[in-house]
Design a protein around this ligand. Structure first.
Ligand SMILES: NC(=O)c1ccc[n+]([C@@H]2O[C@H](COP(=O)([O-])OP(=O)(O)OC[C@H]3O[C@@H](n4cnc5c(N)ncnc54)[C@H](O)[C@@H]3O)[C@@H](O)[C@H]2O)c1
Length: 330
């Protein structure tokens, strides 16, 4: 731990999407390690950004409320940074279908702009990009490895796929150092629980904490889940390991579980609660990917990372957080 803290102390870091769920948890980890942290976030209300996410560390980070679609602020933000965690994104699959051009602008065009600014003004920077399992679409085989065909089932998946590949292209052609992590369902404190834009698990946990029943659509689908602290560890490991430059890696979790069994774990972790199994709403069925779980052996091998928090403990920690802080997320 001491060694880790030393490695990050004073390092100049930018987190795009830094007031969001994963970005703010990462910011906390970086502050603990005494890094010099700048967060940029647009705080668009439908997305996961929330100023409360940095409560308690606000005087140890610099927060810049701006939009990564704005090329003028980007240069200023990027030019002296040693590491960029590029997490800003439109994350809702349904919103990407309702408003595909906004998704394109944020998840694709702004990503390309950021890379261009780095190429011209900070070519030595290391970038870790938060990609997504969504780009695989419906898996042909399980567990999904990085060689699996990419066949996104929604606009968000297509734009994230292009965003990911711009990062790899700029690594290969221009010598920026970038790594893409294909995150699976990530959850934990500071996720959006207001609605299902970020994850259905947020809605379940909110309902459990409020003493309401929640709905499980289908129930038999298999999934893997990453607890946010493990995701943060992976992002830090990706920034540090030279061996992962130019690489694309899956992240998974500590086990594979059906949604129905997950619902039972939520109820158990909450100490009470109930749910109803419902059939999938038709508009969601069209973009659903069925069973999905990944192998992240390639990333484990390259970095030594592995998930440390078991799923039931992760759910307990998340529920405890929302018991205390729910009003800030409604
Ligand atoms: N949470 C997951 O399960 C998951 C899974 C796969 C991939 N990811 C990826 O991880 C990244 C972080 O996701 P998250 O779960 O923390 O979501 P989030 O919505 O909480 O975080 C994204 C942040 O980006 C900000 N943002 C969006 N558009 C912006 C813009 N134009 N300019 C500046 N800031 C902008 C939002 O305000 C938000 O704070 C995203 O890129 C997402 O695609 C997340």
């Amino acid at each position: 731990m001491e060694q880790l803290e030393k490695a990050w102390a004073g390092r100049r870091v930018l987190v795009t999407g830094g007031l969001g769920f994963i970005g703010s948890n990462l910011a906390r980890a970086l502050v603990e390690r005494s890094a010099d942290v700048v967060l940029v976030d647009s705080l668009i209300p439908e997305y996961g950004g929330n100023l409360f996410n940095v409560a308690g560390i606000e005087d140890r980070v610099r927060v810049n409320i701006s939009d990564v679609r704005d090329p003028h602020s980007l240069r200023h933000l990027v030019q002296d940074r040693e590491v960029i965690f590029n997490l800003a994104g439109q994350t809702s699959h349904m919103d990407s279908m309702a408003d595909p051009v906004t998704d394109l602008e944020i998840n694709c065009v702004a990503q390309l702009r950021l890379l261009e600014v780095c190429r011209h003004h900070n070519p030595g920077v290391k970038i870790v990009f938060a990609s997504t399992r969504q780009i695989y679409g419906k898996p042909d085989y399980l567990p999904v490895d990085e060689k699996h065909l990419l066949r996104p089932t929604d606009v968000n998946g297509i734009n994230k796929m292009a965003g990911e590949w711009y990062h790899i292209l700029y690594n290969n052609v221009y010598g920026l150092r970038s790594t893409a992590l294909r995150l699976t369902n990530t959850f934990g404190p500071r996720m959006r629980v207001k609605d299902a834009r970020q994850t259905f698990l947020g809605v379940w946990i909110r309902a459990a904490v409020e003493g309401r029943a929640f709905e499980v659509w289908g129930g038999e689908q298999l999934r893997d889940f990453t607890y946010v602290d493990d995701c943060v560890d992976a992002l830090l490991a990706a920034a540090d390991a030279k061996a992962v430059d130019g690489g694309i890696f899956n992240l998974g979790g500590d086990r594979v579980i059906s949604l129905k069994d997950l619902a039972d774990l939520v109820v158990a972790a909450n100490g009470s609660g109930s749910y109803a199994i419902k059939s999938f709403p038709p508009e969601r069925k069209k973009i659903d990917i069925g069973d999905y779980y990944a192998t992240d052996a390639k990333f484990r091998q390259a970095t030594g990372w592995r998930p440390r928090v078991p799923l039931d403990e992760a759910l307990r920690r998340s529920i405890a957080f929302y018991r205390e802080n729910l009003p800030h997320y409604l």
